[in-house]
Design a protein around this ligand. Structure first.
Ligand code: ZN
Length: 199
């Protein structure tokens, strides 16, 4: 039976817009990285995947809280085996940079998964590893019924990170895929390897 991965591309245009920096919009980056990630998982028949947003202009919900609730409900109703929410960080301190993961509690399956994903993103994109933090107040971590992690890919408010968020989106996606595989003790599928060879 395939492992079901729910990919939540954080935010969206309109009611639940994310952070901005250097002309980049968080919701566009999360959409693209999540879509690349879904494309990779769809090549690997050990997985099934759903994405929260199906186009870059799709608006989920009528305000921020309903937007989060609809994503979580879809994952719970499927039901997904793992929930990965993709975000970009932002800070008024423009030197703040790096990749971090958030989970509901530790020790947990989600902690191990999140750590594996962050390590692989850092290895592929050269961001700083800020580690894994618990934050039980985050809606998508609190109300999901499966292991869930929110990944802050990098800081949209930091110039060097913003360049990576703009130009290395596929590497962020591949890092998440590889991180999931590492956590599960699986090798890259032949179909994904042959796709890489055709680039
Ligand atoms: Zn966000």
């Amino acid at each position: 039976m395939a492992i079901k991965i729910y990919i939540d591309q954080g935010h969206g245009p309109g009611v639940n817009a994310g952070a901005e920096g250097f002309g980049l919009l968080e919701q566009d980056i999360t959409y693209m990285v999540g879509s690349y990630l879904a494309d990779i998982f769809r090549l690997d028949d050990r997985f099934e995947v759903k994405t929260s947003r199906n186009s870059i202009t799709e608006n989920i919900g009528f305000n921020s809280s309903s937007s989060l609730r609809l994503r979580v409900n879809e994952a719970n109703n499927w039901p997904a085996d793992y929930f990965i929410s993709i975000h970009c960080n932002a800070s008024v301190n423009t030197s703040a940079n790096g990749t971090e993961g958030y989970i509901y509690s530790t020790p947990s399956t989600a902690y191990d998964l999140s750590k594996s994903i962050v390590e692989e993103i850092v290895r592929r994109t050269g961001t700083k590893n800020n580690g894994i933090f618990t934050n039980p107040s985050l809606y998508v971590l609190r109300y999901t019924e499966m292991p869930a992690t929110l990944i802050e890919l990098a800081y949209i408010s930091n110039f060097n990170d913003a360049v990576k968020l703009s130009s290395d989106q596929y590497q962020f996606a591949f890092g998440i895929y590889q991180g999931v595989l590492n956590y599960l003790g699986l090798n890259i599928s032949d179909a994904v390897i042959s796709m890489l060879g055709n680039d």
